[in-house]
Design a protein around this ligand. Structure first.
Ligand SMILES: [Mg+2]
Length: 192
């Protein structure tokens, strides 16, 4: 069985690290639960373009290399990789491939297959395939996601989706199975 793993919000606490960066650099006091959308402009009080520019700054700062893992993800992925083929499917900018591979090598050494997908929020990776297409191309039958739009598109493409609960994905979604944390996700995966 081929299982797809998203990175940010699933394996990597991207938003937690971005908040630490933003609070330090811009003197703000944001917290995790305020990020109720992945479109950061309304959350941080800027335009969409300015929010994307700040994310790009963060991506090229030392904070990016230090993004922590999501609790429970390392143990769960290690166990999962012993009985399934795991592939990472991310819409991070493909320019970050080198740093992303290094980060995965440190925290998720079993994740060696990495594919970059088109990004639907920023202008990154526009020439690349959408995530659901990469899943289909790689015979991924189950995708683990945190982004509602990706989850919905994967579901519509016939891929089973587990959604890791996060403040930014609280809207009701058809078809995806929600798990509150990696412990719950592991139980669902054990029943596959
Ligand atoms: Mg994500």
């Amino acid at each position: 069985m081929n299982i797809g793993l998203d990175i940010d919000g699933v394996l990597a606490d991207f938003i937690g690290a971005f908040i630490s960066y933003h609070n330090l650099v811009y003197g703000t006091d944001f917290s995790y639960h305020q990020f109720t959308t992945l479109r950061f402009g309304p959350v941080i009080g800027t335009s969409h373009e300015e929010a994307n520019a700040r994310v790009t700054e963060f991506n090229h700062s030392p904070f990016f290399r230090l993004i922590p893992t999501i609790p429970g993800s390392q143990e769960a992925v290690k166990e999962l990789s012993s009985r399934a083929r795991v592939m990472v499917i991310t819409s991070r900018p493909s320019a970050l491939e080198h740093e992303t591979r290094k980060w995965l090598g440190r925290h998720f050494p079993e994740c060696k297959e990495i594919y970059f997908a088109k990004n639907h929020i920023t202008s990154d990776n526009q020439g690349l395939k959408p995530k659901e297409q990469l899943c289909l191309d790689n015979q991924i039958s189950l995708m683990i996601e945190d982004d509602l739009e990706h989850a919905e598109l994967c579901h519509k493409a016939g891929i089973k989706v587990y959604l890791l609960d996060q403040p930014w994905n609280q809207e009701t979604i058809q078809g995806a199975i929600r798990a509150k944390d990696w412990e719950e996700l592991s139980k669902l995966l054990n029943n596959q």
